[in-house]
Design a protein around this ligand. Structure first.
Ligand SMILES: CC(C)(COP(=O)(O)OP(=O)(O)OC[C@H]1O[C@@H](n2cnc3c(N)ncnc32)[C@H](O)[C@@H]1OP(=O)(O)O)[C@@H](O)C(=O)NCCC(=O)NCCS
Length: 249
């Protein structure tokens, strides 16, 4: 008999998950996928998980008491994080749906410290070749392509129709918006945000925490912690701790 994690890997065909104990319980009959964050991003995650057709039920977790008990696109807002801690962890998986990379990071830390099962949401129309490696806590949307020997670390968002070419590494908490093309051997740093339809030329490195505006052509390395956009790319400002992520999310 297969263990839970073996059966999960089998269910993903040839996808090479990083580590051996990821997503345990993911195929448990009757198990619930909890999405943390009942906002717009949460609704998108819900759609991806539903398309994956792996979970028996879907519920939201949110800290806003006004949302408690409401139904969002047919999924109940069941409670807050404390509620989650009172459930049997073998009976559910959990995925943060928080766009802001720093809040997502904090949440993932809490999930891991609480021993909960951090899962991926991978749309069935995404193409992930067998030599690519995928961590945990990721959302990979419809039409995304992850090519030969690429690495998607943890809690990364690869949005609709984004392409990650061969040997490219996307580090933890980074986000590639719809239509982004990351060429071969690119390195996308920790918590980097790349806006819609941007193109990252082959071998380019984007430093940690940098934000690239929509429609940009990233033709050369970009240092960490800056906001840059356009074609040719120009650096406009430093990304400080009080950067308003409402501008990009
Ligand atoms: C990053 C972003 C939010 C910046 O927009 P903004 O806050 O309106 O930027 P600002 O008003 O500070 O613009 C500063 C300058 O950069 C220019 N600029 C802003 N975004 C630009 C872009 N994407 N490409 C080229 N130039 C841009 C502005 O025209 C302005 O130029 P100026 O100083 O010469 O007048 C925007 O470019 C962007 O990428 N939005 C979409 C993000 C996205 O893809 N989200 C995912 C949705 S699923």
């Amino acid at each position: 008999m297969m263990t839970k994690s073996e059966s999960y890997i089998a269910s993903l065909g040839d996808i090479n998950l990083i580590g051996s104990d990821l997503d345990t319980g993911a195929t448990t009959k009757g198990a619930t996928a909890y999405i943390i964050g009942a906002g717009a991003h949460g609704r998108v995650v819900l759609d991806v998980l539903r398309a994956e057709a792996k979970w028996a039920s879907f519920q939201f977790i949110d800290e806003n008491p006004d949302l408690l008990g409401t139904s969002i696109n047919g999924a109940l807002v069941a409670g807050n994080f404390q509620y989650l801690l009172q459930q049997d962890p073998s009976q559910f998986g959990v995925l943060p749906a928080i766009g802001h990379p720093h809040y997502r990071q904090r949440l993932v830390k809490r999930i891991e410290e609480s021993g909960l099962n951090l899962i991926n949401a991978i749309h069935p129309t995404a193409v992930i070749v067998s030599t690519a490696q995928i961590g945990k806590g990721n959302m990979i949307c419809a039409g995304a392509v992850i090519n030969s020997n690429a690495v998607i670390e943890c809690s990364v968002i690869v949005n609709t129709c984004a392409i990650v070419e061969h040997d490219t590494v996307v580090h933890d908490f980074a986000s590639l918006s719809p239509g982004v093309i990351a060429g071969g051997r690119v390195e996308v740093g920790h918590s980097v945000f790349v806006g819609m339809n941007s193109v990252i030329l082959q071998r380019v490195k984007i430093g940690n925490g940098t934000i690239i505006g929509a429609g940009s052509v990233v033709h050369k390395d970009v240092s960490a912690g800056v906001f840059a956009c356009g074609s040719p790319l120009r650096v406009l400002e430093k990304v400080t701790d009080d950067f308003d992520f409402g501008r990009i999310l």
